[in-house]
Design a protein around this ligand. Sequence first.
Ligand code: 4AD
Ligand code: MG
Length: 431
Amino acid sequence: MQKVYIKDLSQYVDQTVSLKGWLYNKRSSGKVKFVILRDGTGLLQCVVFKGNVTPEAFEAADKLGQESSLEITGKIKIESRAPGGYEMDVTDLKLIAESVDYPITPKEHGVEFLMDKRHLWLRSQRQVAILKIRHRIVKAIRDFFDERDFTLMDAPIITPSACEGTSTLFATDYFDLGKAYLTQSGQLYAEAGAMALGKVYSFGPTFRAEKSKTRRHLTEFWMVEPEVAFNDLNDDMDLAEEFLEYIVQSVLKDRAEELRILERDTTKLEAVKRPFPRISYDEAVEILHKNGIDFEYGNDLGGTDETVVSNQFDRPVMVHRYPSEVKAFYMKRDPENPKLALAVDVLAPEGYGEIIGGSQREDNLDLLLERIEQHQLPQEAFEWYLDLRRFGSVPHSGFGLGIERTVAWICGLEHVRETIPFARMIYRNTP
Ligand code: 4AD
Ligand code: MG
């Protein structure tokens, strides 16, 4: 028999169907019981009248615990007052497996409790909506690059060296070869890919032993990193704004129902249209000072600084040309002012902070060698990377977008812990 899902019920009005799923909730008033079924595609109110089913089925409906799995059969009718717009007149109901004392009840639970029960919390309507939006974001990312002739090139996870600074590396013993590290970014490998294929993107998990316990930091997160040969910093910013507009507009078009469940103010997302404002680091510092923030020129922007800057705009803002001192070793210096790096951070609106970090890369061998020394990085580990400058070096640029911060922003969530199925943070590595 063909399987029927709740999302497709409009095709089955006035027909009798069987659905399989879990008991989301139930109510009772004498001879009638209301069973809310969920199947991962939606919710359906199923009405069980005492006279319409066997006594066993009626008793089962009465006893079912929250999240019991069941098969339920009946006629589908239109009911505008029910969630989803349809209702089932139940003629049969079979228990598949019991669920007794399900720990997450409709009452309020604390976040730590819910995170401990994350494997079950995922079943809630809100978490399902977030996961569906995350999936749509990932699909938009792949579609965007695939439609523009980028080649997906995955980077290794076990690596011999740092990419984003040595203070946040997770180390592991690697047989006779000594220490290896979980990758902080696929970028250096994406650069090799760009020299082979022109336009590439890597997309995978990345790791940072971040001591920061903030609403924006995870120790394991997903990053997508395009890298393009012959792109300069301006091309990089053009790509970033087209990319973000595409992601946000795709979610608005295809995940309206999920955004509604999350009570997201979608007018804020509708504003995410090109062109995005582009300001220099110097201009960002001016904004901070005008807003009474005691910010020392030369520092990197912190979370609150980013919020103050981004609050001046209704769409993402691109801040470029940071002091090179606070940025990574591989970033090219601005030929007009060598104290600055040809870097760009894209700050999301509504206080979500940096979602993209990118730059034009240093393509000169001697300058890169100098930077590796200044940053006290082990040159041998970078010999392969230096080869990219020895054999046909070209200007090139790229960026990294953090998936979880993007999901948090688009969904309007407080904290990144809800944006990934199983979050990893300093104080959490379970379930
Ligand atoms: O700015 P980051 O460190 O840039 C890089 O890793 C570059 N190698 C990317 C590139 O040019 N190819 O990180 C990029 C993005 C940040 O803007 C943020 O969205 C996300 O990755 N990110 C984190 N997300 C969650 N938790 C953390 N601890 C994160 N650290 C960075
Ligand atoms: Mg960054």
